[in-house]
Design a protein around this ligand. Structure first.
Ligand code: AMP
Ligand code: GLY
Length: 419
């Protein structure tokens, strides 16, 4: 098969790496890809959000299958457009991807189908939002409705902080139109875990659980990022918790989407908080998480191409999905200054040495004129190692990352130990 993966981060590198292992995949392409992905797939210079351009290229080049990984093209209807052009595609259609693209939609869905989540109200009027914050008090959570690169959420410790956040989103349009509608939520407490699940419209098959580290600095301090590291599986996600999540959250969600005429095919991301009252949904995403994907797919023993096909065709209940009886850790090496201002274009050394004991997924790299790797983004690399225990996996990832360096390199030293 000729297969195209849409996207350019560490997540897409992990997807390409796994697809490249499938005997069914003869030719692998990635658009736009990055320096590391170019080792295993032919990179095509089309922006991930260019729906028309992507469909045209896939058609002209006779792709047999396209996997759409990032949230934006999914929300823009890239899967709908590919399927309409006769190209089988992996990922939810736009009417199902809305579970990530609109927090107001996902909160409504959870309320209607009694899926446990934080209590909330939705506002389009600033004064009403401010009055509600005053009435509820702090701590309280303020969220921009639309996609805001994971940065449109403020967990406010004081009423003043919450009001400032609402003003910035609604009046100052800090996140553009994403903030015209805000969701104001009760603040939950407890460990956070991610469960990525394959879904085929009808069936849901959870992957090994994982845990992201969203803050930039050690001890969960500093600004929110796309994710500074991931472990899988986290100890807090016990078999009892998993069963409750299946019964109270995963199955009800997949059934709810089907009942609403929005069957979900693809990867459904459950961001969960294990509160004293039980597991609750923090957020849904319509795709693999990054860097959770790198840790989780490292533990997959099955053929990812077969699983993607089953998700599309509705045969997931019969798909062979096996997991290694090990743990994984993905350590993100970021540019100095990320997630705020940072410089790009620095040479990266030590990759070959690191690759001997870990898989180094590239997130933001490009190839220089002499075939050398240069930094080209905020998150640069995800050093991913396995171990027989979680502790071992974490130690292996840090040991493997040792030889890697580039000017300004920044990483957290407490991945897997911050909770
Ligand atoms: P989100 O983009 O919705 O995942 O939110 C980003 C982060 O904000 C989450 O990973 C949580 O750590 C935190 N958060 C979001 N909603 C809540 C909530 N209702 N209570 C406590 N923390 C929250
Ligand atoms: N790592 C969190 C996300 O991908 O949204």
């Amino acid at each position: 098969m000729k297969v195209l993966v849409v996207g350019s981060g560490g997540r897409e590198h992990a997807i390409c790496w796994k697809l490249a292992q499938s005997p069914k995949v003869d030719e692998l392409y990635c658009a736009p890809g990055n320096g590391g992905i170019a080792q295993i797939a032919a990179c095509v210079d089309i922006k991930a959000t260019d729906v028309e351009g992507m469909v045209k290229w896939a058609k002209d080049n006779a792709m047999d299958f396209v996997a759409v990984a990032p949230d934006d093209p999914l929300a823009l209807g890239m899967v709908d457009a590919l399927e309409a052009a006769g190209i089988p595609a992996f990922g939810p259609r736009a009417n199902a991807a809305v579970i990530e693209a609109s927090k107001a939609f996902s909160k409504e869905l959870m309320k209607k189908y009694r899926i446990p989540t934080a209590g909330y109200e939705t506002f389009t009027d600033l004064d009403a939002a401010l009055a509600y914050i005053e009435e509820r008090g702090a701590p309280i959570v303020v969220k921009a409705d639309g996609l805001a690169l994971g940065k449109g959420v403020v967990v406010a410790a004081t009423v003043e902080e919450a009001k400032t956040a609402a003003r910035e989103m609604m009046a100052d349009k800090k996140f553009g139109e994403s903030g015209s509608t805000v969701v104001i939520e009760e603040c939950m407490t407890g460990p956070e875990v991610t469960v990525l699940a394959f879904a085929d419209g009808e069936h849901v098959r959870p992957m090994v659980s994982s845990q992201d580290h969203k803050r930039a600095y050690d001890g969960n301090q500093g600004p929110n990022t796309g994710g500074m590291g991931a472990i899988a599986p986290p100890p807090a996600y016990t078999p009892e918790v998993a069963q409750r999540c299946m019964d109270e959250i995963f199955l009800p969600t997949i059934r709810a989407l089907k009942a609403e005429g929005r069957p979900f095919h693809g990867v459904l991301y459950f961001g969960l908080m294990l509160t004293p009252q039980g597991p609750r949904v923090v957020e849904y995403n319509a795709r693999f998480g990054d860097p959770e994907c790198q840790a989780v797919l490292s533990l997959l023993d099955g053929d990812l191409m077969d699983i993607f096909t089953a998700c599309r065709e509705g045969t997931l209940d019969r798909a062979g999905i096996r997991w290694k009886n090990q743990a994984a850790c993905c350590l993100v090496l970021a540019s100095g200054g990320y997630p705020l201002d940072y410089k790009k274009g620095y040479p990266i050394s030590g990759l070959e040495e690191a690759g001997k004991t870990a898989v180094v997924f590239h997130a933001g790299t490009k190839l220089g004129e002499h075939g050398e790797y240069l930094t080209n983004g905020g998150r640069v690399l995800g050093v991913t190692a396995l171990g027989d225990t979680l502790e071992q996996a974490i130690a292996n990832a840090y040991a493997a990352a040792k030889p890697i360096s580039f000017p300004g390199m920044h990483f957290r030293t407490d991945i897997g130990h911050a909770f």
